[in-house]
Design a protein around this ligand. Structure first.
Ligand code: ADP
Length: 501
């Protein structure tokens, strides 16, 4: 690993945005938190304060939910022509692209990820979400249903279904892809005609606030999107328990997902959850070695391992174990670590000191249970929240590092014997979000893909996303799916209308 030095210059508009204390977006206006309190947003590269934003709490959530409810009841968001709704979503996508540099800088400063990644991945995938769902607004169709009543043989009916927006939606998002997660959540909900209260993660609220400004600039009706920054235990908990919302959509840890379900159960709100993972990445001996090694490394090291679908359990067929481990470790050693804003950085800091402590704690727990690091294994530097990309061997299924989600650049590697053995081993986790398979044997790939209990299976690739392709978890990795028609469906109710003729 080499440190990089040169910091990119912060755009003057970004600097101005950072200097202006962040407010809450409620009913189309930017307002202070009712308490008047703010909190500091830190730069994970050095722990310095980047900005201050409003500390929204229960009273602010109440105000935002009221605004979203009024906007839903009075329209015009869900009553406007679908094509007009589509134009607004498309306009927002264009504004995101027009402000891509600025948004990428905010994301890099706030989250720590490399500026280039923020621009080509986070920002461009975010605008694509809005474009994809703009297309759906005009294609939300019901069915006509041929029905009959046995004891009314002569009666005739015209029955059909309508798809209607579910209503007011609370959305709580994490810090690993702050802008993109906001887009994953907002785009399908808005396309369906719902109004929204969005709560960004307290670690990374900045790009969502800038997105809020672009939403206002695009001309969305007041109250269609409300944004309340604040902490999980206060603003997040108030939102998930609020009786005024019809549905809660959450992305984050499985632990908090369970709290959301409990809070939502009181009034049986609809819930969708995109939660943690411990995804297996399986390399067979007949794989194309260069792509499998590069793929295994990027499956865990992309976004510093802070991906719910990170390929964090690497299973390698026995005969090629040493070769693949050496290759992945070589890739890890080449990664340039530095502040996200520095030219040439390939891996930035983890998002917070809490995450730094969590990830290094897991590495230590691995060592205590007998694991060995082929590379990495500790914090990088003394300033900021950097961790070395780490490959652990001599691990086994019982270890904490193999069972629990680490959410950092740490992969555990284990050899396996053959296809018959690997499915059960790969499925031996409470999670089921994603999996990877590397082989040139197409039949083997399909046989294993079928057996894996995971919401996404990548074959000879990893971390490939498209707004059209559903993503979400089996088992404790979640309820429902993000993206594709399935995410739109999360925000729609079905009404059957039955007319006797
Ligand atoms: P992580 O553990 O990786 O920080 P979390 O699941 O804690 O992820 O956070 C994801 C989102 O959930 C954040 O927006 C956070 O504020 C929110 N959150 C945390 N705790 C709660 C809670 N008790 N109720 C509702 N939202 C919460």
């Amino acid at each position: 690993m080499c440190a990089v030095a040169t910091e990119a210059v912060i755009d003057s508009r970004v600097q101005q945005f950072l200097n202006t204390p962040g407010k809450l977006l409620i009913d189309g206006r930017w307002v202070h938190a009712a308490s008047g309190q703010t909190f500091a947003v830190l730069n994970p590269a050095d722990g310095s304060t980047l900005a201050h934003v409003a500390a929204g709490e229960k009273e602010d959530i109440d105000r935002a939910v009221r605004a979203a409810r009024d906007a839903f009841e009075r329209g015009p968001w869900h009553t406007m022509q679908p094509a007009v709704r589509a134009k607004l979503l498309w306009r927002l996508a264009d504004l995101i692209d027009e402000h891509a540099d600025e948004l990428a800088q905010l994301e890099s400063l706030d989250n720590g990820k490399p500026l280039s990644i923020a621009k080509i991945a986070d920002v461009s995938l975010a605008s694509e979400q809005f474009r994809y769902y703009a297309g759906w607004t005009t294609k939300i169709l019901g069915d006509t249903i041929p029905i009959g009543v046995p004891f009314l043989p002569d009666a005739q009916f015209h029955a059909f279904s309508l798809r209607e927006p579910i209503g007011v939606v609370g959305q709580i998002i994490p810090w690993n892809f702050p802008l993109l997660m906001a887009a994953w959540k907002l785009a399908p909900a808005l396309a369906a005609g719902c109004t929204v209260v969005l709560k960004p993660a307290e670690q990374t609220p900045l790009s969502a606030l800038r997105l809020g400004e672009l939403i206002c600039e695009a001309g969305f009706p007041n109250g269609a999107v409300n944004i309340v920054t604040g902490f999980g235990e206060t603003a997040g908990a108030a939102l998930s328990a609020h009786p005024g919302i019809d549905k809660i959509a959450f992305t984050g840890s499985t632990e908090v997902g369970k709290l959301i379900v409990q809070a939502a159960a009181k009034d049986l709100k609809k819930v969708t959850l995109e939660l943690g993972g411990k995804s297996p990445n399986v390399v067979f001996a007949d794989a194309d070695m260069a792509s499998a090694i590069g793929g295994a490394a990027s499956a865990i090291f992309f976004n510093h391992g802070q991906c719910c679908c990170a390929g964090s359990r690497l299973y390698i067929e026995q005969s090629i174990f040493d070769r693949v481990i050496e290759g992945v470790a070589d890739e890890a050693k080449k990664i340039k670590i530095g502040p996200g804003m520095a030219a040439g950085t390939q891996m930035g800091p983890l998002v917070s000191d809490e995450q730094l402590a969590r990830v290094t704690g897991y590495i230590e727990a691995g060592f205590a249970e007998g694991a060995e690091a082929v590379c990495g294994g500790k914090r990088h530097g003394a300033k900021g929240y950097f961790v070395e990309p780490t490959v652990l061997i001599k691990t086994n299924a019982k270890m904490k590092v193999v069972q629990e989600e680490i959410f950092g650049p740490v992969v555990t590697a284990m050899p396996f014997k053959d296809l018959d053995e690997i499915a059960a081993v790969a499925n031996d986790t409470v999670y089921g979000l994603a999996a990877g398979i590397w082989t040139q044997d197409i039949s083997k790939a399909h046989r294993l893909a079928k057996q894996l209990r995971a919401g996404t299976v990548w074959v000879n690739c990893y971390n490939v996303f498209d707004a059209a392709m559903p993503f979400g978890g089996y088992k404790q990795s979640g309820w429902g799916r993000e993206m594709g028609f399935q995410a739109l469906n999360n925000y729609l109710e079905t009404k059957s209308v039955c007319v006797q003729l």
